[in-house]
Ligand binder design. Structure first.
Ligand SMILES: Cc1ncc(COP(=O)(O)O)c(C=O)c1O
Length: 453
């Protein structure tokens, strides 16, 4: 029998999986720690129960008490799950840039939600943490969780998240890539990994515009205005829950890179996460491409929360376009081919009779068939030519492909952009052949490109 005491026993022990397709060309296989598979859909379930247990032990939170917190949404959810099991009330303050889904979700769990302005400094009394702190003071039995100072936060990552990753990789992890909101994850995990293997690299993936990257390079750097839109990570000051002691490198990531990486992760690996996971993935891929750690390495990227929370934002094409994060013309031929998985390219040989080939044209409704000789394109059969021959009453058994084939289709490689393909089609080609990195051939027709764009 495998019956847990409550939902709280389902927190943690999230799987690690290989990112098989996204690792293409990296020289090693990137692994992902799927913390978005926690019951509340995020890494923050871990700190919700950990901070509550710590407060109970210290006598700060008493039975029937009220938990308050300033949260980007996920910590609130982690706290609400534990609060509902243990019988506490919750009041959460969220900055108004957070997605509607997160607010609705917290209310669904029975929490009271107060939305505060994003565009205020942390010293402003309207700041979400200041409001949460004040409510805790004014409410009898109130306790402010304070994820940005609470040491139970990095501690639970040291004790659970890190220990899981170490065991799941058999101690072979060589690189750890994560973002930082409170920094609890990267601080707890980084400390554990470095204690066991000082050579293991810990890389912070940070949104462009966050103070963390500046501080890493210069401890006296002045804070900047945060201009990024990715939720839950990056900060404009250094909180008590982050330590840079175990961070080896920082890689800045733009909003566009984060969103596009998360969307690719969904489409190429079937893993549906939010923008902060995309930030970590984009950072990991950039860093690994640049540093080329080699086949023996075992890098792990941390995935933080589920994609459902962002359906109205980064998974909405109109929102992405309006905010300048999407440009379909940047898609590569390899990505365009992914829209028609499993489709086999139909080809003809120059020595075949038209009778042998025409069956394909009819049954598969093909407009052109590339002609290959010794694996290389030497021509193509076009449907209008075949129709013309039929109308002339010619006997197809007697005609060889070589006699009637037209010019070969233009050839591009996997990396050709949709814009390049568009130019090829505008110049008159009805389709283009794609020489795959694997050595196989693919085909993209005008209609395929239109369907995707
Ligand atoms: C969506 C999301 N991802 C990542 C993080 C960062 O985790 P940590 O606070 O442990 O640095 C947060 C933190 O709020 C978050 O909400």
């Amino acid at each position: 029998m495998d019956i847990r005491d409550s939902i709280l026993d389902c927190i943690g022990h999230t799987p690690i999986v290989k990112l098989n397709r996204l690792s293409d060309g990296l020289g090693c296989t990137l692994l992902a720690k799927l913390d978005h598979l926690n019951p509340g859909g995020s890494v923050k379930d871990r700190i919700g129960i950990a901070m509550i247990r710590d407060a109970e032990a210290k006598g700060l939170l008493k039975p029937g008490g009220t938990i308050t917190e300033g949260t980007a949404g996920n910590t609130g959810l982690g706290l609400a799950i534990a609060a509902n099991v243990l019988g506490y009330k919750c009041v959460f303050c969220l900055p108004d840039k957070m997605s509607r889904e997160k607010i609705d979700l917290l209310r669904a769990y029975g929490a009271k939600v107060i939305v505060t302005p994003t565009a205020v400094t942390k010293d402003d009394p309207r700041h979400y943490n200041a409001v949460a702190k004040r409510i805790a003071k004014e409410t009898p039995g109130g306790w402010y969780a304070g994820q940005f100072q609470n040491q139970a936060n990095p501690k639970v990552h040291y004790e659970s998240t890190a220990a899981e990753i170490w065991e799941q990789t058999g101690g072979k992890i060589t690189h750890f890539f994560a973002g930082a909101g409170t920094g609890g994850t990267i601080t707890g995990v980084g400390k554990y990994l470095k204690e066991r293997n000082p050579a293991c690299k810990v890389v912070l993936c940070d949104p462009v515009g966050s103070y963390y990257s500046l501080y890493f390079k210069d401890k006296n750097a002045s804070p900047v205005n945060r201009q990024y839109t990715v939720e839950g990570i990056g900060l404009d000051y250094i909180p008590g829950t982050i330590s840079f002691e175990h961070i080896d490198d920082v890689i800045p990531v733009t909003d566009g890179e984060s969103y596009q990486a998360a969307r690719k992760l969904t489409r190429m690996e079937g893993i549906f996460t939010g923008g902060s996971s995309g930030n970590n993935l984009a950072g990991a891929l950039k860093w690994l491409r640049e540093h080329k750690p080699g086949a023996g390495s075992m890098p792990v990227v941390f995935l933080c929360d589920v994609g459902d929370r962002y359906l109205s934002k980064m998974y909405n094409d109109d929102w992405m376009r309006e905010n300048g994060f999407i440009d379909e013309y940047d898609m590569t031929a390899a990505e365009l081919l992914m829209h028609r998985p499993g489709q086999k390219l139909v080809t003809a040989a120059p020595g075949q009779s038209l009778r042998e080939v025409i069956g394909h044209v009819k049954t598969l409704d093909l407009s052109q068939i590339p002609v290959l000789e010794n694996g290389e394109p030497v021509g193509a059969l076009y449907d209008d030519q075949l129709i013309k021959l039929l109308l002339e009453g010619r006997k197809l058994d007697d005609i060889k492909v070589r006699e009637v084939m037209g010019d070969p289709l233009p050839v591009v490689n996997d990396e050709a952009s949709a814009s390049e393909l568009l130019k090829t089609f505008q110049a008159g080609a009805p389709a283009a052949l794609v020489k795959r990195a694997s050595g196989d051939w693919g085909i993209i027709t005008k209609a395929d490109l239109v369907a995707v764009l």
